[in-house]
Write a protein that binds this ligand. Structure first.
Ligand code: SF4
Ligand code: SF4
Length: 306
């Protein structure tokens, strides 16, 4: 269990209202920061680090130099008309972001209390009731802030708000087990069955993920498995059949196919990180329907785009 401060305060990087792809009905999705995996196709690279971080929108910068001039830590130098930040010096005080006239600098991640999140979620109660929706906690890996998440889930339960948790499953079983009774729906990511390839493309073994899913399916009755379809990486027949075989031995509600897209590529540049999948394109509708057919042969309920 994390400390009491961490249980009532967490770090999130977005709250998205009117989501329709993160579980049933109209939902509010709360994105928590921090993830133990490092998937090559991650569309939310700003979610990966657990703390706050700075992003720089180079195309917005007008080269005025106000950030360099006012940085209390002298962390910014103007080189060839553009600011370059020394991350070792920057303490994320936010002064440059506050003063930038072009909104070219932004601190990603805000500290927020449980009460503040619940207040935001409650704004759309009427939509949840009418559409059968609720709130989805996503990330990053929301369970990497399990103490904070647990109190949020309890707060939603008190107010009878339907909850979903979108997890990579790469967390100690005792944490998953502890929160499972407080979650109405799990959105559980499954990516690659071959452990060697899983390690290569996510940075971690899939053993814990598969074992956690097996155990979770014994104690929870509503699990949607989410399969991000990444051409050339996990869309081959062998992986799909392996997944079908494994899932058909468990009790899961459905499997959602989430076709790869590259909308998040620009974020890598702003965060000064390398995007490794530059040559990959989204899967064709034909391939998606072939994948769906293979999985259905294992008596699984398959849904395209969740
Ligand atoms: S966040 Fe603060 S310390 Fe970091 S570059 Fe901006 S002004 Fe300097
Ligand atoms: S204050 Fe903003 S616009 Fe001016 S140099 Fe810095 S980042 Fe660019």
């Amino acid at each position: 269990m994390t400390s009491s401060v961490l249980m009532t305060t967490g770090i999130i990087f977005n709250i998205q209202r009117y989501s329709i792809h993160d579980g049933p009905g109209i939902r509010t999705t709360v994105f928590l920061k921090g993830c133990p995996l490092n998937c090559w196709w991650c569309q939310n690279p700003e979610s990966q680090l657990s703390g706050q971080e700075m992003v720089f929108w180079e195309d917005r910068c007008i080269g005025c130099g106000a950030c360099a001039l006012n940085c209390p830590s002298k962390a910014i130098q103007i080189k060839v008309g553009k600011p370059v930040t020394n991350k070792n010096r920057c303490d994320l005080c936010g002064e440059c972001s506050r003063l930038c006239p072009a909104q070219a600098r932004e601190i990603i991640g805000s500290k927020i209390t449980v009460d503040e999140v619940i207040k935001e979620i409650e704004k759309d109660l009427i939509f949840y009731e009418e559409s059968g929706g609720g709130v989805t906690f996503s990330g990053g890996e929301p369970l990497s802030q399990s103490g904070f998440l647990e109190i949020l889930l309890e707060g939603c339960k008190e107010k009878k708000i339907h909850t979903a948790v979108d997890t990579s499953g790469y967390i100690p079983w005792k944490i998953l087990e502890r929160i499972s009774s407080k979650v109405d729906l799990f959105l559980y990511d499954l990516k690659i069955m071959d452990d060697k390839r899983h390690k290569r493309y996510t940075g971690a073994s899939n053993e814990l993920i598969l074992e956690n899913l097996r155990r979770l399916s014994l104690i929870h009755s509503n699990i949607f498995v989410r399969f991000p379809v990444i051409p050339g990486i996990n869309d081959n027949d062998q992986n799909i059949k392996g997944m079908g075989e494994f899932l058909s031995s468990l009790k899961i509600t459905q499997i959602d196919l989430l076709p790869y897209h590259y909308i998040g590529i620009d974020k890598y540049r702003r965060l000064e990180r390398t995007y490794k999948l530059v040559d990959i394109r989204p899967p064709s509708e034909v391939r998606l329907s072939e994948i769906s057919m293979i999985l259905k042969k294992f008596n699984l309920k398959v849904k395209l785009r969740g």
